[in-house]
Design a protein. Structure first.
Length: 138
C-alpha cells in the first residue's frame, strides 16, 4: 500500500502509481508530495545539501511487516523537470517515484555500475512512459 500525504495544492491521483508500486514491491511505502522549501530543509538536515532537490528517500530497517520507507517528492521541482524534458507533471512524478522506490529497495546510482539507471529504463519502457524520462539516465 502507498500511504500518500499531499502537502501541496497540486491535485495528484495516487492511483496512477499503483501498477508501478505493485511491480516493484509488496511492502508498504509512504509518499509525501511537498514543495521546494520543505524538501530543501530535509535535504539540508539529512544530506547536508542546502538546496531543493526533486526526490528524497528514507529507507527503514528491513524488518518483516514494517514499511519499506518514505519517499518525498517536490512538486515545484517536478514541474520544472516536466517542462525541461517535455512531458507531463504526472509522468515526472512517476519517474521520481520509481527513482525513490529503487533507492528504498537498495539501488544506489552514486555507487553502482549503472544498475539503477538500467532498472529505471526497464521500468519506464515496461509502463510505456515517455522516452523523455530516459534522457537523464544516459
Amino acid at each position: 500500500m502507498i500511504d500518500f500525504e499531499n502537502r501541496t495544492d497540486y491535485d495528484f491521483d495516487i492511483q496512477s502509481l499503483n501498477e508501478i508500486y505493485k511491480f516493484l514491491t509488496d511492502r508498504d511505502v509512504e509518499l509525501i508530495l511537498t514543495d521546494d522549501n520543505e524538501i530543501q530543509e530535509l535535504n539540508r538536515l539529512h544530506r547536508q545539501k542546502d538546496k531543493p532537490t526533486d526526490v528524497l528517500s528514507f529507507p527503514l530497517e528491513n524488518i518483516p511487516g514494517m514499511p519499506l520507507g518514505s519517499i518525498v517528492i517536490s512538486i515545484d521541482t517536478a514541474k520544472k523537470g516536466a517542462e525541461e524534458f517535455g512531458h507531463s507533471i504526472e509522468d515526472e512524478i512517476k519517474l521520481l517515484f520509481i527513482h525513490g522506490l529503487l533507492h528504498l529497495l537498495g539501488y544506489d546510482h552514486e555507487t553502482d555500475n549503472g544498475e539503477m539507471r538500467e532498472k529505471e529504463k526497464e521500468i519506464i519502457e515496461k509502463f510505456n512512459l515517455p522516452k523523455s524520462l530516459i534522457i537523464r539516465n544516459d
